[in-house]
Design a protein around this ligand. Sequence first.
Ligand SMILES: [Zn+2]
Length: 522
Amino acid sequence: MNGTAKPPASRSADLILHNARIVTWDAERPYADLVAIQGDRIMATGSRDELARFQGPGTRLIDCAGGGVLPGINDAHCHPLALAVALLSVDCAPGTVGDIAGIGAAIRQRAVQTREGEWIRAAHYDEYHLREGRPPTARELDQAAPRHPVILMHRTAGHCVLNSLALKRAGITRDTPDPPGGTIHHDPLSGEPSGLIIGRNAQVDAALPPIGGDELARGMALATAEFLAHGITSLQDTGWNNGLRHWRQWRRLIESGVAACRVSMLMGIDALDELRDAGLSMGAGDNHLRIGGIKLALDESTGCAAPPQEDVNRLALRAAQAGFAVGLHISDVPMLEGALAAIQYVERHLPETRGRFRLEHCTLCPPALLLKARASHAIVVAQPSFLRYMGQPYLEQAVSGEEGWFLPLGSLRRWGVPTALSSDAPLVPCNPWVGIETAVSRRTDSGQVLGSREGVTLLEALEMYTRGGAQASFEADRKGRISAGMLADLIVLDRDPVAMEPGEIAQLRVVSCLIGGRVVRG
Ligand SMILES: [Zn+2]
């Protein structure tokens, strides 16, 4: 040992990951060769010759074989409970089925295993990717399952197709009026409902039986296996109608060990009163389940595409006055302008709320709004997989020169707008590596590049999917960096991401996954 060697640490580590390229996002030591863990926290990072400093007789060593180590992936916007349900549903996603006959065959197979009269849920169809270019009809679903009520959800969950028995159970007939903000589609010849229901429909919601606790646990076990396989250690549940019921569901799933990932919940605006009555405020909970804010999605909750500005302002102020951060759901450019105006409005009344806003999706952002987005001090929570799976229809309709408006990650970065990446699963698969690859390559699933100037580097995408997520849930003091005192949520990759060429990203594999210093996969 030479004279500059540091003395041994006062207490040895429980676990050391070594022989690794550790990307820390810690300005003082951006890269390290080893990370020492005590209990559920990171004790220190170090260089390869410091192993002996942290190693004691009881220390477990994991040799990372020169691969990369990063903070765990944090999916900053997703719907894990809906994903759990979707994983129990018949899979009609593009790639699994290619036409209406394929949907029928998959549903028929499920009908054989399902008691007559019980609901069959199918999910993830997308008419854009079906050979026929249209959704199936009630009649076509009847042919697959005449004696079961069937609901086939679109992959955006924004509309669905019911078969005849399901229409009957929901009480939808040729005379049923359209609900506010939604449409019951009719066959133009017969006038009967075609089966296609656009937008939210309370009658359909009421007819569907709730998913029981055991069934939900079964779905969550499947979802958790997917999350961990992809290196996701933290989830942010952003359901617009999340309330106390969902909070309790999460508690049970976590306590029973079915849900391993950490969860931060955005609660629905309608839950404000029940949260107050239950004594739950911003940041309530623990490191496994925490309240991360309020989600404001007026278009989703009312079905009205253009909510009045006064309503957005009033509700954002109400959530902020109750002490919550606010995530504003944004599905088009006017809504982005409305959200930025609402943030200004709230900050005028409550200057201390600066930096307590999230812009959910923000998928279309023209250059003129980038400066305003920066001035809002909000964090953009974006979904790069949207470009992969939904970029092609946009590209075909986009006005020339506006290709870069779609998911402008490069510009957001250049303008210094903090950004977190996420999946919005089950809308699209939760796989963050597809999102990361897309954030870099900007390739749609047809292979075309959409707005090449808006690509980011691999390391930038990784940072947005890890540290960015911790910022979005206001937990940057404990997550998203690898440095002393932070939670030991880590992933080991089979390669060093720093040394990789952009074309190689798809080959990157998660070897193991740690949550709170415990190896949960690998
Ligand atoms: Zn969402």
